[in-house]
Ligand binder design. Structure first.
Ligand code: HPA
Length: 272
């Protein structure tokens, strides 16, 4: 089944259990899934109960679709992503974005764990993504341009909506949460980068690197969904401090920042 039909079938299954309409959604990155625990009136749908949803296999990414209210504001949260490095087609990694479109979502917050390249950054920092570099060298829009959705050649000059970046900065200031702003560079993984690669990416202007988000952003922009991207700097990238990288560190840092991450997201959801 092609993505428009597969996502429609999954959205129809989800609609049967949907408790209220939602206009905002969030995709929770590695180690950031606990945000969902802060929601009220939740309806939790394990993706394993959805016929046709691909199985997730990564530790720290339980696959769940969650409806909930954040201080009264309805939100749809996806816990666990579909990663390209799991062997899926690049198009399939954007399935959650397609599903949310069918459910009427207009704004999405895409979050991820990322390695920091910018030497001003510290482990545990949150970074508002201002733009990206696509080093996955894959584009989910390649192929036929399905009728009735977006244009063949979508503009990407405001992919990370300045309006939402403004809101995120306002909330951060209000709540005295320090945030960074920077460029996210997306790679396929699953191996981490070499120090030489990181030095090259730093010279190219990247502030953080990770293995997700870029295809989802392209798909969301094409579908007309407004995007905010937030990275949690879970580690400094290879060669920056000389320490070795591990997925355990990524998920552990995620846990340490949960509180401020949740506060920031809840604040943003109130305003967007
Ligand atoms: N590199 C790539 N992806 C990542 C990293 C990293 O250092 N940290 C978390 N995700």
């Amino acid at each position: 089944m092609e993505l428009p039909e597969l996502s429609k079938s999954l959205a129809d299954q989800i609609k049967k259990r949907q408790p209220f309409p939602v206009k905002s959604a969030i995709i929770l990155g590695s180690g950031l899934g606990d945000f969902a625990d802060s929601l009220e009136e939740t309806v939790i749908i394990p993706t394993s109960e959805l016929d046709g949803y691909p199985a997730t296999s990564v530790v720290g990414h339980s696959g769940r679709v969650i409806f909930g209210k954040s201080d009264g504001k309805p939100v749809l949260a996806f816990q666990g992503r579909i990663h390209f490095y799991e062997g899926h087609d690049i198009k399939l990694t954007t399935l959650p974005v397609w599903i949310m479109k069918h459910l009427g979502v207009e704004t999405v917050i895409l979050t991820n764990a990322a390695g920091g390249l910018n030497r001003q950054f510290k482990v545990g920092d949150l970074m508002i993504i201002s733009d990206h570099l696509n080093f996955m060298f894959r584009n989910p829009l390649i192929g036929k341009n399905p009728e009735g959705f977006g244009p063949r050649f979508p503009d990407m000059s405001d992919a990370y909506a300045k309006r939402l970046q403004g809101i995120a900065n306002e909330v951060a200031l209000d709540q005295k949460i320090k945030v960074q702003t920077g460029i996210y560079l997306g790679l396929t993984g699953p191996s981490y980068e070499t120090p030489a690669e990181i030095e090259m990416f730093r010279r190219l202007g990247a502030d953080a690197v990770g293995m997700s988000t870029v295809p989802e952003v392209i798909q969301a922009v094409w579908l007309g969904i407004e995007v905010l991207g937030i990275s949690c700097i879970t580690n400094m990238a290879a060669g920056i401090t000389g320490e070795k990288l591990s997925h355990d560190e990524v998920t552990e840092t995620g846990k340490l920042v949960q509180k401020k991450f949740t506060r920031l997201i809840k604040g943003i959801l109130q305003k967007c």
